[in-house]
Design a protein. Sequence first.
Length: 285
Amino acid sequence: MKPAPFVRHTPRTLDEALAILAEVAPQDGRVLAGGQSLVPIMAFRMARPAHLVDINEVAGLDKLIVENGMLIVGARVRHGAFHKPVEPGPLGALLASVVHNIAHYPIRMRGTMCGSLAHADPSSEWCLTAATLDAELVARRKGGERIIPARDFFEGLMSTALKEDELLAEARYMLLPAGTKFGFNEFSRRAGDFAMSAALATYRIVDGRIADARVGVGGAEASPRRIPEAEAALNGQMPGDAAFRAAAEAASAAIDPLEDIQTTGEYRRDLVRAVVRRALEASVK
């Protein structure tokens, strides 16, 4: 199939883009960046926006810099920008580790991090990363902006706190302290498929024990999120099999699993148990 007819707008400045979006948003106007999520659903006519605001020529949205202890990722930054570490510390290494799990190489060269966040697929690796690392998401609209913590941004399946006339202009991540350990693991039926469950874990070692643990789970619930029960099972413990298994059990028990025609809730609990443990095991390699 082919998309329904639409008007494509090509602003050159952010102010121009926001003005156009304010005008066309009530007519189901959408923002187009990489298009790796939007274009396929338009082709199947699952979405029929009357207007597309193409931001690929908007100056400044390709920002990828460290400022004031934060990594700032603009709305035009492609997944492929993270194939190599974008900063020399643990955050750069973490993002480079995660990105290779996203879809396939051609998609990574076109799709964008902010586009993935705005799409809010619960299986998205970047959504999981933002939720686990407590990213700040910068929404801009004509006449103003607001900063939305990741924990408040994801509101359910393909649903976010963005207003219809807002553009997700930036994602901001605090740099991780030197020595931060991290691990990522996901399960999908085939390489490049959407993950049925995924986990990201970070922590530091202080006096031989785990501190500042973060454990995030995606793909298993309607939105990715941190799992406080798993973090509590890790903090103060020595890193190793016993602590990792306890955290995995805690995460499995804590989730409200999605169910579908192929997957039961108990199966997703088993997947969460496995991916959390494997992510933690990967953190010590």
